[in-house]
Design a protein around this ligand. Structure first.
Ligand SMILES: *Cc1c(COP(=O)(O)O)cnc(C)c1O
Length: 366
């Protein structure tokens, strides 16, 4: 069954918050704490395809305890942001890339692919309904979280025959409220995030579940994030729990671990390749060993390390720590290449720089 062309109905929230309350939230939204007045929902079955697209009042989902996702974690998600430009218009950054990745994730988790026009239509419909919730100024944004899960009430182990797709939205403050800060990262010795043939390249909740214990270990060692190596040789740098990695070399080139099948292909990672080239850097995707990271930062071959993802855009890595050692990148502060790449990307997202790559999609007029 092919899904129909996208169209959604709208049920306004009779208990929408007042402008006063909303403005108080938007003044200091934090991240992931507050949600807008509406949410998007659609349902899939083999008989109907994708159907029943609707924007409804934000609220709890009623789930039968036997709902498949609660038992077998057949679930995927996406994350992207809406940005307000100086003229008040609202834009998305590369939403087609998120739509395409959600289809790849769906394939791996044996979920039905959501057509690209449904993905884009759902995000647009929610932003239109909650247009007053897109925060302007600073590096604020409206974080959009599309997700899809097995909603069939059935304990047998097979792909769900009822699937629910939803989008929720959460106003987000500047990730680095007090200026961009370099973070320390813990190298996980005992755990892997994903394995060969596993779900590492899919954006699924299960990958995050696997990263929480090592993430806690990182926090216990005073580190903000955890870095994972490949699961087979325990030698090759993969990524952090939710961010990809880049290494700036003394010859000006920048290196990122090549996609291995267990690395999540970040939209930010991909965008940085183009931006770094625009800025005159050679960009190389190849395997990076943990020894190269350790030795390179101490002998000066690696001058800067940074992590990237939609939430923080670019996060400078001050040092890598492990049991009995530490590898400090550069002088432990945000480096120039890292800062320049971050600014170039953020300037495109907020409409302050020309969109040379055709990455921005307008959602609302100014
Ligand atoms: C989402 C995610 C990223 C970053 O992807 P972006 O598209 O840049 O936000 C990196 N690693 C993992 C594991 C992720 O889930």
């Amino acid at each position: 069954m092919t899904s129909k062309q996208f169209a959604s109905r709208f049920e306004p929230n009779p208990a929408a918050r007042t402008a006063e309350l909303r403005d108080a939230i938007l003044a200091d939204p934090g991240f992931g704490n507050h949600f807008t007045d509406h949410m998007f929902l659609a349902e899939w079955t083999p008989a109907t395809g994708w159907a029943d697209a609707r924007v409804v009042p934000y609220g709890p989902l009623m789930l039968d305890p036997a709902t498949a996702v609660l038992h077998y974690a057949q679930e995927i998600f996406e994350g992207l942001k809406a940005y307000v430009h100086a003229d008040g218009s609202v834009w998305l950054f590369r939403p087609e890339a998120n739509a395409a990745r959600m289809q790849r994730s769906a394939h791996r988790l044996a979920l039905p692919e959501l057509p690209v026009d449904w993905f884009l239509g759902s995000v647009r419909a929610l932003i239109e309904a909650d247009r007053d919730w897109v925060p302007a100024g600073g590096e604020k944004s409206l974080y959009l979280r599309p997700f899809m899960f097995a909603s069939e009430v059935f304990l047998g182990v097979r792909p769900s025959q009822h699937v629910t797709y939803s989008v929720i939205a959460s106003p987000a403050g500047a990730y680095f409220a007090g200026g961009v800060q370099a973070v320390s990262i813990w190298l996980s010795a005992d755990y892997s995030r994903a394995g060969a043939g596993g779900t590492g390249a899919a954006k699924c909740g299960g990958n995050y579940a696997a990263s929480l214990l090592p993430q806690q270990e990182a926090a216990d060692h005073g580190c903000a994030q955890v870095a994972f190596l490949d699961s087979t040789e325990h030698k090759w740098v993969e990524e952090l729990g939710g961010m990809n990695l880049y290494f700036v070399q003394s010859d000006g080139s920048i290196v990122t671990p090549a996609l291995s099948g267990s690395i999540l292909e970040g939209v930010t990672r991909d965008s940085i390749m183009a931006i770094a080239r625009d800025l005159g850097h050679e960009v190389v995707e190849r395997r990076v060993s943990i020894d190269e990271w350790r030795n390179g930062t101490s002998d000066g071959t690696i001058t800067e390390v940074f992590a990237c993802g939609t939430a923080a855009v670019v996060t400078p890595v001050a040092s890598l720590k492990w049991d009995g050692g530490e590898a400090v990148s550069g002088d432990g502060e945000a480096g120039k290449v890292t800062t320049d790449i971050r600014s170039a990307l953020v300037d495109i997202q907020y409409g302050r720089a020309a969109d040379r790559h055709g990455w921005m999609t307008q959602v609302l007029p100014g």
